[in-house]
Ligand binder design. Structure first.
Ligand code: NAP
Length: 276
């Protein structure tokens, strides 16, 4: 019961990482508002959670929707303690010279502007109660280059920057702002990105497993949900402006294959295969 009686809002909560987070938060005693544009999936998840979660339609690029989403937490469950700005898409892809300008802006709108709106409309409630935890979902593509499409990488770097800057402002009110940078995680978004079929979860699980630095261990939505649980709970009370990378070590240089110029790695790999 690490979130006993806390009230959370999660955006993009009807699928993937958001859905796993709703389930994890409810298991730990929270009440959750499920915000998403996927009405049917959101309502199904709400029914699964009983009175502990409520679906509310929210397009994170619509300021009125986002404002109403935060208000719904207070009117339904009495407070707003945790907000996870998670809604996302892969968005515009391809070489920079052929990237469509309007698609670039539309992708930024969901990934960065949507996160800004979530923070903006959560902050007043949290500042007033002098506590709260805001968790923004960035990506490994937001902490280093070459791991995602151009606009996705730009938006996610923006999410990391916004997190640190707002953390420096809101800490004076007792409100913490952190982000999580997941590596490839088995969700419909990644299934669609790798196979063009958002339902190809088993197939994408094998692809993600092969790309993961950790032997036989694909990144799963629950890995990110557990990181969010830590940042949401009082256990992370002194953690602020932090970007928690959940990628099996990929961005630190670990790879599923031996990196060049390292004599140590073959030994380490053999040790890993022996389960040491
Ligand atoms: P997902 O399974 O597709 O879930 C994202 C949810 O957000 C979907 O229900 C999606 O609906 C919804 N959404 C899209 N646009 C929205 C909008 N304007 N307003 C409200 N909801 C909207 O994807 P996921 O992999 O769990 O991704 C969650 C977050 O993690 C994203 O921010 C993503 O960038 C980030 N992330 C994911 C990975 C990964 O490998 N999976 C890695 C790093 C970061 P539709 O399906 O209709 O678009």
């Amino acid at each position: 019961m690490r979130l006993k009686e806390k009230v959370a809002v999660v955006t993009g909560a009807a699928s993937g990482i958001g859905k796993a987070t709703v389930r994890r938060f409810v298991e730990e005693g929270a009440f959750v508002i499920i915000g998403d544009i996927q009405r049917e999936l959101g309502e199904d998840l709400s029914s699964e959670m009983g009175h502990k979660a409520t679906f509310k339609y929210c397009d994170v690029t619509d300021e009125v929707d986002v404002k109403e989403l935060m208000k719904a937490a207070v009117s339904t469950y009495g407070s707003l303690d945790i907000v996870m700005n998670n809604a996302g898409i892969v968005g515009s892809r391809g070489p920079i010279s052929s990237t469509d300008a309007s698609e670039f802006k539309a992708t930024l709108d969901i990934l960065l502007y949507g996160t800004f709106l979530g923070i903006k409309h959560a902050a007043p409630y949290m500042e007033q109660q002098k506590s709260g935890s805001i968790i923004n979902i960035a990506s490994t593509a937001g902490v280093t280059g070459g791991l995602g499409p151009h606009v996705y990488a730009a938006a996610k770097h923006g999410v990391v920057g916004l997190t640190k800057n707002v953390a420096a402002e809101l800490c004076r009110s007792g409100v913490r702002v952190n982000c999580i940078a997941p590596g490839s995680t088995v969700t419909p978004l990644v299934a669609a990105a790798y196979t063009n079929d958002h339902e190809a979860i088993e197939e994408v699980s094998e692809i993600v497993k092969a790309k993961s630095p950790i032997l036989n261990r694909p990144g799963m939505p629950l890995d990110v949900a557990n990181a969010a649980l830590y940042l949401a709970s009082d256990e992370s009370g002194n953690t602020n402006g932090h970007c928690l990378v959940v990628d099996g070590g990929l961005t630190t240089g670990s790879t599923p294959n031996d990196p060049p110029h390292s004599d140590a790695m073959p030994f380490l790999r053999q040790a890993g295969q022996r389960g040491l």
